[in-house]
Design a protein around this ligand. Structure first.
Ligand code: XMP
Ligand code: MG
Length: 181
């Protein structure tokens, strides 16, 4: 698996340090507030698991799964909810946790969908931001790292459902796209 990684973009230690900083910031911002962390399956799982353990204020968490129609590496903006939240969100502050914001279309849809449910507030925490390809004007309140327009894998991010378990974020070698195995 690791021989398919051309370059490590963010190592384990860098990620850990940044996640701790984000956790501190979020702790400060949500002290005394009713916080619901909403992680977007599946990519956000490792980030979310590390992040919540750096947030030192009470919270609840839940998951949503969405699928966008169209090509696998490019989001179309047409999104379908595959798994929804368990409860109403009218009395909570929502923090959406994402792995990566690329075009921003997925997040724009999600935010609009959640706003319609009248939560107290909605903010976004993303591990990675790839602003070069942005089509929708969504800006994350908490961003781990801004990265160039490269397809990355690891720490939750996949190519064809693989590489999610790498403890770092790396760029795949072109040969990995041509023949998986
Ligand atoms: P949009 O374009 O709607 O899409 O912001 C966000 C979703 O697209 C996927 N995505 C990636 N997945 N490496 C990945 O493994 C990448 O470099 C990448 N860029 C976008 C991802 O599923 C994300 O939630
Ligand atoms: Mg994916």
């Amino acid at each position: 698996m690791e021989e398919k990684i051309g370059k490590i973009l963010l190592c384990r230690e860098e990620i850990q340090k940044r996640v701790a900083e984000l956790g501190e910031e979020i702790t400060r911002d949500y002290k005394g507030k009713n916080l619901l962390v909403v992680a977007i399956l599946k990519g956000a799982v490792p980030f979310m698991a590390d992040l919540i353990r750096e947030i030192k204020t009470p919270l609840k968490y839940d998951f949503m799964a969405v699928s966008s129609y169209g090509a696998s590496t490019h989001s179309s903006g047409v999104v379908r909810i595959m798994k929804d939240l368990e409860r109403s969100v009218e009395d909570v502050h929502i923090l959406i946790v994402e792995d990566i914001i690329d075009t921003g279309l997925t997040l724009k849809y999600l935010k609009e969908n959640l706003v319609a449910r009248n939560p107290l507030s909605i903010k976004v925490a993303t591990l990675l931001d790839k602003p070069d390809r942005r089509k929708a004007d969504v800006v994350p309140e908490y961003n781990g790292f801004t990265i160039p327009d490269e397809f990355v894998v690891g720490y939750g991010l996949d190519f064809d459902e693989q590489y999610r378990n790498l403890p770092y974020v790396g760029i795949l070698k072109p040969e990995a796209y041509l023949s998986e195995g």
